[in-house]
Write a protein that binds this ligand. Sequence first.
Ligand code: FAD
Ligand code: NAP
Length: 440
Amino acid sequence: MPAPEKACIIGAGSSGIAAAQVFAARGIAYDQFEKGSQIGGNWRYENDNGMSSAYRSLHINTSRRVMAFRTLPMPDHYPDYPDHFQMAAYFDEFADHFGLREKIRFQTEVVRAEPIVGGGWDVTVAGPGGEETNRYRALIVANGHHWDPRWPEPAFPGADGFEGEQIHVHNYREADILRGKRVLVLGLGNSATDVAVESSRIADATFISTRRGAWVLPKYLNGKPIDEVLNPITGLAPIPLQRFFTMRALGVAVGQPETYGLPKPDHKLFEAHPTVSSELLPRLGHGDISAKPNIERYEGGRSVRFVDGSREEIDLVVYCTGYKITFPFFDPAVFSAPDNRMPLYRRVASVERPGLYFVGFIQPLGPIMPLAEAQSEWIADLLADRASLPAKARMLEEIEAEEGRQRKRFVASKRHTVEVDFYPYLREIRRERKRAAVPA
Ligand SMILES: Cc1cc2nc3c(=O)[nH]c(=O)nc-3n(C[C@H](O)[C@H](O)[C@H](O)COP(=O)(O)OP(=O)(O)OC[C@H]3O[C@@H](n4cnc5c(N)ncnc54)[C@H](O)[C@@H]3O)c2cc1C
Ligand SMILES: NC(=O)c1ccc[n+]([C@@H]2O[C@H](COP(=O)([O-])OP(=O)(O)OC[C@H]3O[C@@H](n4cnc5c(N)ncnc54)[C@H](OP(=O)(O)O)[C@@H]3O)[C@@H](O)[C@H]2O)c1
């Protein structure tokens, strides 16, 4: 059988279309499959793929100038922090601007992807015409990592007998379900802060329960979106220096989290994924949200006991406890990410499975999109034989070293296994492209 010529891209969210744009520009043949009937993945509210975690009030928390694809700015009339409708429209515009839409097979789910002995991948898709299997030289996985809800593991004692309602934020859409209730929000990431703030306006009582503190960053510092304070120049500064200056500015702008009743963070600023909210701290200050430590157990009826011994009667618990990274189309023996660990070379290339690449499987202190573009450029180099991967032993060494750096750099938590610093990671990919460049 002749060697397959095309690459296969799984997904047409922002990462999948980033890869498609680069491949189209570089003349790399590909097919692209999208489970839903539209572009935009997570940013398509009520996406018919059933996977979007967007809620009605969602806005981006990385500002538009930093988040935009480098190949197409967001429209000038957009605000600093557009909502999900505007983001979906921007991704539509991106796909149409580069003529990517015609090549996407919508409502077509990749249900199986199997490596072929000797190289290449057999990819089985299920779509309107039934199932079919095609052979590809490379597999580009861009199925997203914020759609498979992670519930507390193990569940809190007594959770089964709790007589109130328990939902994961993945299924939260409209604030109306909070109205008139006593709401407990678990977690202190960006989902938890958004839901707690919404709840504080219409619920009877709102509690935010957290097992560790967080540095809550405002959306603006000095009248500028906070992520514009760091730029390619200031982003070159060592993290301790960036931390020093940001802490000084934060001290003036908001002070310490403990002042608002939150626990003192057990880590330094930038050692955890940033929680960005200009509203949480004032809502705590107004008494419309009460801070609680972690849940200890459900005590029967609607009573919840916290680890400090306090109790509250609760009608609705919203678990904002993050997401699992999963790949339903792979046999776990082919690839999986237990506890969200993704041991990939430069967070893109599988060492054990030649021709397997991942786009967007990073959680930056900043936006994903420009990094997904950079990853795609590097993959295109590899597919066009303009670059090559190092030897397997070298890649494994680098992955181990990176995991070591990661353990020192970020709080140990399943939410930080793919955490990266935005500008350093961008530089890392650029360096890798230079290192690996094959002379023409
Ligand atoms: C509430 C929320 C807010 C966020 N806010 C920000 C933010 O402000 N800034 C930021 O940078 N990031 C943010 N993120 C992170 C988010 O992951 C990225 O913004 C972005 O959605 C990543 O795009 P993606 O294409 O990798 O994944 P997704 O957007 O999840 O898209 C994946 C696509 O793959 C498709 N797909 C999945 N499986 C298959 C299959 N088997 N076959 C075919 N198609 C498949 C899906 O249908 C989907 O269209 C947020 C995440 C959440 C949950
Ligand atoms: N644009 C926006 O405004 C916006 C809004 C929502 C989400 N997002 C993005 O979406 C992604 C997911 O965010 P997220 O907030 O849903 O999840 P997340 O960042 O993974 O945060 C999960 C939170 O739940 C806590 N947690 C997890 N398991 C727990 C347990 N068993 N018991 C107690 N606490 C537990 C975590 O604490 P530990 O830190 O201790 O693990 C953390 O506070 C992030 O990239 C985020 O930036 C963006």
